[in-house]
Design a protein around this ligand. Structure first.
Ligand code: AMP
Ligand code: GLY
Length: 429
């Protein structure tokens, strides 16, 4: 089959890389793609927020399947627009994408279906929000209801900080309309893990877990980012915990969505906090995590294209036999432009990429482009994802950082401690 992938980040490079190796994938297209993706797919310069342009591109290319990478076009209704034109789509409808697009929808859904999550209340009025914060005390968490590019969450350590965040959000000053409704919730203490399942209605195929590293600095210090690295599977995800998550979180979520008339098709990404009372839901995303996706694609075995097509067609049960996740762990180190997640320079030249790849490592492009002289240059905050798999995590880490060290990019940086939570348990590490 011919497949069109929507997106142009590290996640989409990993998806395209795995799809291109699938026996059932004949021709691969990507919009807009990036220079790394261009090695495995025909790239078309249509941006992910141009819904009409993407539908027009699909009508021109006539793919058998469209795979949507990022959340914004899903929340904007791209999957619906494509399905109306008769395309098979891997990705949820606009209604189902509300799980990620609206925190207020999400929290009310959790409450209706009795799913384990932090206690919360929704507000549109600042005085009422501040009175609630006073009553609850700190630490407390304040979130925009709408999408805010991963920045709409304040984990406030004081009542003053929480009130300031609530006022800034509700006034529209901080996040525009995304912050006109806010959710204030209980602070959960624990370790975060990401959990993924390919879903089609009430059927699902678990892909397992990964752990992201959200802070910019070593030892989890500094500001939050989109993710500076990941490893898979996450250390706390025992088979017993996985069974618990599948039975008490994923299955009831899919049943609830279907019962409410919004069946979920696509990948469900549960952000879980492992608390002393067990795993609790922080959030859902309706797409793969970035950089978690890079680690999952390194472990996935079988015909990935056939699996996504089966999900799109509601025949997931038939695809289960042809799929497994390798027991070998994987690890991804993100290289970012100096200054990220604040301001950073674009256009700096990256050398050594050919030398870095191989020896078990794979370099996924995130924010890169080619300059007029055909050099690969940085074109975003998170720029590369160097990913490796090996029989144990320590070996995967050694391979990934070995590749990082062969990349010649003085204007870039990375964390040097990806995987530390899992590796520090191992005295030999
Ligand atoms: P979210 O977009 O809801 O996942 O929030 C972004 C980040 O804020 C999460 O990855 C957590 O690190 C943190 N966070 C969100 N909600 C809570 C909570 N209730 N308790 C503690 N930390 C939280
Ligand atoms: N790495 C976290 C995310 O993709 O949301």
């Amino acid at each position: 089959m011919d497949i069109l992938v929507i997106g142009g980040g590290g996640r989409e490079h990993a998806l395209c890389w795995r799809l291109a190796q699938s026996a059932s994938c004949e021709k691969l297209y990507c919009a807009p793609g990036n220079p790394g993706i261009a090695d495995v797919a025909d790239c078309h310069a249509v941006s992910v927020d141009d819904i009409a342009g993407l539908v027009a591109l699909a009508k021109k290319l006539k793919p058998d399947l469209v795979v949507v990478g990022p959340e914004a076009p899903l929340v904007a209704g791209l999957a619906d627009a494509l399905r109306t034109e008769g395309f098979a789509v891997f990705g949820p409808s606009k209604a189902a994408a509300q799980l990620e697009g609206s925190k207020a929808f999400l929290k009310d859904f959790f409450a209706r279906h009795n799913l384990p999550t932090a206690e919360y209340k929704t507000f549109t009025d600042a005085d009422a929000a501040c009175a609630y914060i006073d009553a609850k005390g700190a630490p407390i968490v304040v979130k925009t209801s709408g999408l805010a590019a991963g920045k709409g969450v304040t984990v406030a350590m004081s009542v003053g900080e929480a009130k300031q965040a609530a006022r800034d959000m509700l006034s529209g000053a901080a996040f525009g309309d995304a912050g006109k409704t806010i959710v204030i919730e209980e602070f959960l203490e624990g370790e975060e893990i990401s959990y993924f399942a390919i879903c089609s209605g009430t059927e699902f195929l678990p892909l397992g877990s990964a752990q992201d590293h959200k802070r910019v600095g070593d030892g989890d210090t500094g500001p939050n980012t989109g993710g500076m690295g990941a490893y898979s599977p996450a250390r706390l995800m025992t088979p017993a915990m996985e069974k618990l998550v599948n039975e008490t979180i994923i299955a009831p979520t899919l049943k609830g969505m279907a019962d409410e008339g919004n069946p979920f098709s696509g990948v469900l990404f549960a952000g879980l906090m492992v608390t002393p009372q067990g795993p609790k839901l922080l959030e859902y995303n309706v797409r793969f995590g970035d950089p978690e996706c890079q680690t999952l694609m390194m472990r996935l075995e079988g015909d990935f294209a056939a699996m996504l097509m089966a999900a799109a067609q509601g025949k997931l049960a038939e695809a289960k036999a042809g799929f497994s996740m390798s027991v070998n762990p994987s690890l991804c180190v993100v290289m970012a432009a100096q200054g990220y997640p604040g301001t950073y320079k674009k256009g700096t030249i990256i050398r050594g990429l050919e030398d870095a790849a191989g020896k078990g490592a794979h370099v996924f492009h995130a924010g890169t482009k080619r300059d007029a002289d055909k050099h690969i240059v940085a074109d975003g905050g998170r720029v590369l994802g160097i990913t490796a798999t090996a029989p144990d995590l320590k070996a995967a880490r050694t391979i990934a950082y070995g590749a990082v060290d062969r990349i010649l990019w003085p204007e870039g940086f990375c964390r040097r401690d990806i995987g530390w939570r899992a590796l520090s348990e191992d005295k030999a590490a």
